[in-house]
Design a protein around this ligand. Sequence first.
Ligand code: CMP
Length: 137
Amino acid sequence: MQKTLSIIKPDGVSKKLIGEVVRVFDSAGFRVAAMKMKSLSRTEAEGFYYVHKERPFFTELVEFMTSGPVVVMVLEGDDVIKRNREIMGATDPAEAAPGTIRARWADSKQNNIIHGSDSEESAKFEISYFFSEIEIF
Ligand code: CMP
């Protein structure tokens, strides 16, 4: 079984989409192995997105990710990294396939409701960034 990290971003929380998103994951057959709500500090957001630190949108991304609480989750399932990214849809909601989370609810490339790890390597880093072993069920 593979694991991935999912974050319902501040826009997803403020739009009251926590339940909708978890329902999508349950319906897909993913198992929620860990979940917590937290406010990211600037340092935490910068560290999480360090791979994007040279991108022009980095400062705004950090502002956005620290603008309100997020819900971080560990999801488990067969091929869950790839399947979760399919279910989320493309980063830009205008390009996201119909029925995906971002096509349904996202407003922009930045305010795109949800994050999901993009590889086994990033899933390992991202899960350990937010959860210790004993918090993962
Ligand atoms: P996420 O999957 O969390 O990974 C990096 C995030 O940066 C991405 O979702 C978006 O929220 C944001 N992002 C990516 N590309 C752009 C862009 N061109 N403009 C603004 N924000 C972006």
